[in-house]
Ligand binder design. Sequence first.
Ligand SMILES: [Fe+2]
Ligand SMILES: [Fe+2]
Length: 167
Amino acid sequence: MLEAICSHKELSLTGYYPHVCDLIDSDKLGELKQITHHISTTRFQHCVNVSYYSYLVCRKLNLNARSAARAGLLHDLFYYDRKEYNSSRSRGELSHSAMHSRQAAENAAALTEITPLERDMIEKHMWPLTRPMPGYRETYVITLVDKYCAVLEFCVPKLKKAAKAFR
Ligand SMILES: [Fe+2]
Ligand SMILES: [Fe+2]
């Protein structure tokens, strides 16, 4: 099953899937299934969440939904440990926010062809924590969807646990 958080749709049966099917099954994306992200999910699932909801929002707004789906899936394509990076980082080195988005863009470009729009979405998805400003409307979408998904990923498991306790 390929699902996004708070959706019960089988994504491989939707119009979203053809835009990302070449990436979803790649080994590089597969490695993200082993990495915990936002405490209660995997980095792979987080990327699927951001990809699917960015796709839906961009489609609704008549923006480039295909690029939103692809950039969303690739926006956190990095493999280093955030805590280790922060603890060994010296003054003047990039923050984790800037570093991981830059690395994700490089890893994405090594994996597939990315358009200038997709690069902008990946490199600037942490805005406003990082500079410069987004260059496309789609980039504003991914910055918002990324934060929205992070909140859902953190809260939904806790709410489900609380609901079970009241049954
Ligand atoms: Fe990120
Ligand atoms: Fe993210």
